[in-house]
Design a protein around this ligand. Structure first.
Ligand SMILES: [Zn+2]
Length: 466
């Protein structure tokens, strides 16, 4: 049986400052090496101070993943030399004196399948290496320490996955969960990275390191299973090793450095005392925990009669559910859910589009109400939504700018209906004997009015006139 385990690194992107100093957590906004200080550079004499909010967010993740959380947590030094690590050690967590990481022993359900969470630990991210130059010969490596010391949570699973599809589903559910509880924005570049352990039956475990996208991770796991099966079928032993994903060639390659043989000389970080996380803090965090995605989904279905598939899309994306929560009433909930999951989705499918979108919940409410009261046709509402996302103008302004309002003036509509009746004598005869075929005539009226005729009024008038 194939066994796959994951180690996921998720940045806590919603924090103000780094894990042990007051430099900004949002390192992306800075020129290289300007978001640094003596603490995150590890200069002699500097002392780290633990960011309490980071501990709270990490504990929230542990709670949301049904982990047990210890009374006290501790930090350790993981010693190694690498250019992106200015201190020559990383401050992280380790369970050698009992359980002192922020959480462990959790569970996350992927459909019917239980994925066990081994451990959750809080640690600092290293800096970034940037490679420049076109060929290997003239390549230079630059280092940017802006990221060094930013808060990172590592989530380690048991090897409970059996195929790449389960891995992908788990990562989607996990990233939705992290976004929902407000600890991380998975859409930010580099916010989530993962390592995967892959082994097939009777084979050694192979680790694939540092993959930056879910899509690539799924591909890498798939490639690795195929590679191992191919070796096994030819009686070639599978070596226990660390491999890297080459995203240009779409293959895994053996790492030259034998990272698994490194001795990290872990020891307790003496500059940070053990931190007590008492029941009062845990209770406070529990009370601050937002409604879970599954509970939202159930509520949307039972309270508003929203179809399960629509409720699924709506609840799992925080951007959508936040819009929905603010815009909906009992009456228009279904309509708003429908607008968000059909017309809006394509307009705000990237982080950039979401940031530049001018749409507010009150816009959504206005559109849904106008559709329900027959003031605008669905197709016109779609065009209006596009304009609102782009310009932020009010629905009524856009309707008059683009002439999108429904044709509900009875005398004007009557004239159009009469012309359709005279142009379609056969269809009129048919509609007299078989009332269901009247929809053909409604369609003709819609054609003539470019979809702006009020459908209910059109039908009423047609019935009267035939
Ligand atoms: Zn700093």
């Amino acid at each position: 049986m194939t066994k796959i385990g994951l180690e996921i690194h998720s940045q806590l992107t919603n924090l103000e400052s780094k894990l042990f100093c007051s430099c900004k957590a949002n390192y992306r906004e800075f020129e290289p090496n300007t978001n640094i200080c003596p603490i995150c550079m590890g200069l002699p004499g500097s002392l780290p101070r633990l960011n309490q909010k980071a501990v709270e967010k990490a504990t929230m993740i542990a709670m949301a993943l049904n982990c047990s959380t210890p009374e006290k947590i501790a930090f350790f030094r993981k010693n190694y030399f690498y250019p992106d690590l200015p201190k020559n050690f990383q401050i992280t967590q380790l369970n050698i004196y009992g359980d002192t990481s922020v959480g462990g022993g959790g569970i996350l359900m992927v459909g019917e399948k239980k994925i066990r969470i081994t451990r959750i630990q809080l640690e600092e991210d290293p800096g970034r290496l940037i490679y420049e130059g076109s060929s290997e010969k003239n390549q230079i490596t630059l280092v940017d320490y802006n990221r060094a010391g930013t808060p990172l949570v590592e989530i380690v699973t048991e090897p409970d996955f059996e195929n790449p599809k389960e891995v992908r589903e788990f990562l989607n559910i996990l990233s939705d969960l992290l976004e929902n509880i407000g600890v991380s924005d998975p859409r930010l570049e580099g916010a989530m990275r993962a390592d995967a352990n892959v082994s097939i039956e009777h084979g050694n475990k192979v680790e694939i390191k540092n993959i930056g996208s879910f899509h690539d991770l799924e591909k890498a796991v798939h490639f690795e299973i195929t590679r191992q099966q191919s070796l096994h079928s030819r009686d070639i032993p599978i070596i226990q090793e660390t491999r890297h994903w080459d995203d240009k060639r779409k293959i895994t390659i053996s790492s030259r450095s034998k990272e698994e043989d490194l001795d990290y000389r872990y020891f307790l970080e003496g500059d940070i005392p053990w931190v007590r996380i008492g029941n009062e803090i845990k209770e406070k965090l529990k009370s601050e925990m937002p409604e879970s995605i599954s509970s939202k989904k159930q509520r949307y279905i039972s309270k508003y009669n929203i179809p399960s598939q629509v409720a699924d899309v709506l609840s799992s994306d925080k951007f959508y559910s936040d819009l929905f929560e603010e815009a909906h009433t009992q009456e228009n909930a279904k309509e708003i859910a429908n607008i968000i999951t059909t017309d809006l989705m394509g307009l705000v499918d990237t982080r950039e589009k979401r940031e530049s979108s001018k749409l507010t919940p009150s816009h959504l409410k206005a559109i849904a109400d106008s559709i329900q009261f027959g003031k605008i046709a669905r197709n016109s509402a779609k065009n209006a939504l596009y304009e609102i996302v782009r310009t932020g103008k009010s629905l009524s302004d856009i309707m008059s700018d683009l002439d999108l309002g429904n044709l509900s003036d009875e005398s004007e509509l009557s004239k159009i209906i009469e012309s359709v009746i005279s142009e379609e004598p056969q269809a009129v005869e048919q509609a007299k004997s078989n009332p269901q075929t009247i929809n053909y005539l409604v369609g003709k009226v819609m054609q003539k009015t470019k979809g702006k005729a009020d459908p209910k009024l059109t039908l009423d008038l047609l019935k009267k006139k035939i």
